[in-house]
Design a binder for this molecule. Structure first.
Ligand code: PR8
Length: 467
């Protein structure tokens, strides 16, 4: 899998019924039922986190050209990626309409209408929608798509700079909680100037290391300062009676969350899904013979009811095919626990639980503690997937003292930390010489020399091969 991760990833999406890329538009795929459920459970986690202090909204998908064009730097960043609607039926439109590549220019003109005084602040809103980006780099399902089907975007406005800085910290904590829940390990860094979100003051990003050593950006948090407030005239009357511009932030995750979930936990046999997002947390596989068939099936239903009453998602695979084939199928689909029940188990009043993460078999008595025993196994499975993934990430972050070492370490599948003077030109030089991308700054330092300029280092930064 590690040897050819991209092929593995492409195949598993089709084999495990996640998405179907045969849809006849490049960069746009269909979510199939199994994939849709993984997506739904994952989004429910982030929705729950956001619902604590954000309001969910829904803005139109089309943005008038005049609004999109207002913020110069922002539109420059997206001009090559926008899809345009130019006709309504046979008629040319008076003004062409953009399919939102992101929704700042749809949302902020309305913020300008809604925000009047300090009482209206802070505003914290989010939506989960599809956005469109005409990506020119090689498209890949879930990783680089032209229709981002699962775009969670949050947009906040505040009275003071301090509050907006706190909001950035809050988003970082929220994303940590979200990715921790999915067992997805991450590196957090401040993007270099040349890679920040168009129109932002600065960008904080979460990256994961995929099994082949390439990093994938899985979440971004942008401090927008007052740039958009100036452009869209978002002002409020403060307590002192003065009219002031708001400070803004926004934060986004995309389909890449699902890509990383699949990538970091999967193995040669297929998916390994964390119980929280697995469509089925327990799959019951009856072992049927002519004799005792009805009794076994009845017991399977009873077990299903018991586990469902305890709040678990359970299915019975009673397809008329060999049990071996069922085990393989559910291994591929990554169901966390398979429960096997045959006539002999029924006689002994036990079931055999097989956990996908460890591939261990445990005999579980069919008594009043059944649900508790299963829940224990599921919790262990979550923890185990998460700790395996974190171990992998931690083992693949190395420190390099010179550019040769950077190349050596990145080529053997690592993300590399290095001392950097922080100068933009030197950053570009490092990227050009190595052919890799500077992810961002991890921490400020007062020791060490820059690996490219030899000047005093200001930062420890990260460099990697990226998606
Ligand atoms: C914003 N505005 O838009 P961002 N396929 C899959 N995922 C993608 C793609 C793509 N083609 N392009 C970007 N992403 C801000 C924040 C509202 C919300 C992912 O930010 O441009 C990025 O990796 O950084 C990122 O995690 C997220 O979408 C937000 O995109």
């Amino acid at each position: 899998m590690v040897e050819n991760f991209d092929e593995w990833f492409h195949d598993i999406l089709e084999q495990a019924d996640i998405t179907d890329s045969r849809y006849p538009i490049k960069g746009m795929a269909v979510w199939r039922p199994y994939g849709f459920q993984i997506r739904k459970h994952s989004m429910n986690i982030i929705k729950k986190l956001l619902d604590k202090d954000h309001d969910e909204v829904l803005f139109p998908m089309l943005v008038p050209e005049s609004e999109l064009a207002k913020e110069g730097i922002h539109v420059k960043g997206f001009e090559d990626e926008v899809y345009w609607v130019t006709k309504g039926g046979q008629r040319e439109l008076n003004e062409q309409l953009a399919l939102r590549p992101t929704s700042e220019t749809a949302i902020y003109p309305m913020y300008s209408l809604w925000i009047r005084t300090h009482i209206d602040l802070p505003i914290k809103m989010y939506q989960i929608v599809n956005t469109f980006r005409y990506e020119t780099k090689h498209t890949r399902p879930l990783i680089r798509v032209r229709e981002i089907t699962t775009f969670k975007e949050a947009h906040t406005a505040h009275a003071t700079k301090e509050e907006s800085d706190e909001q950035i910290e809050d988003f970082i904590e929220m994303y940590k909680e979200f990715f921790d829940d999915l067992g997805i390990p991450y590196l957090i860094s401040k993007r270099p100037e040349w890679d920040k979100f168009p129109g932002s003051d600065y960008t904080m990003a979460f990256d994961v290391i995929m099994p082949n050593g390439k990093t994938l950006q899985i979440g971004t948090i942008h401090n927008l300062g007052q740039t958009f407030a100036k452009t869209f005239d978002i002002t409020f009357e403060d307590k002192d009676g003065e009219h002031k511009l708001v400070y803004q932030t926004c934060a986004g995750v995309s389909d890449r969350v699902i890509a990383s979930l699949i990538g970091v936990h999967g193995d040669d046999k297929g998916l390994r899904l964390p119980p929280k997002v697995s469509p089925n947390q327990v799959t019951i596989i009856p072992i049927l013979f002519k004799k005792g068939k009805e009794e076994v099936l009845a017991k399977c239903s009873e077990i299903k009811d018991t586990l469902e009453d305890a709040g678990l998602r359970v299915n019975i695979d009673d397809r008329d095919i060999r049990p071996g084939k069922k085990f393989n199928d559910w291994e591929l689909k990554g169901t966390p626990i398979k429960l096997e029940l045959g006539p002999r188990d029924l006689e002994n009043n036990i079931t055999i639980a097989m956990t996908r993460d460890t591939e261990e078999k445990t005999e579980i008595p069919l008594d009043d503690n059944l649900a508790d025993s299963i829940i224990d196994l599921l919790n262990q499975s979550s923890e185990n997937l998460s700790s395996q993934a974190w171990d992998f990430l931690n083992e693949h972050v190395k420190f390099a003292h010179n550019l040769d070492e950077v190349a050596e370490l990145v080529e053997s599948g690592n993300v590399v930390k290095f001392y950097w003077c922080g100068e933009e030109e030197v950053g570009h030089e490092i990227e050009e010489k190595t052919g890799y991308d500077v992810l961002g700054i991890q921490e400020e330092v007062s020791e060490g020399k820059c690996i490219a300029s030899g000047k005093d280092a200001k930062y420890v930064a990260l460099i990697a091969k990226t998606y």
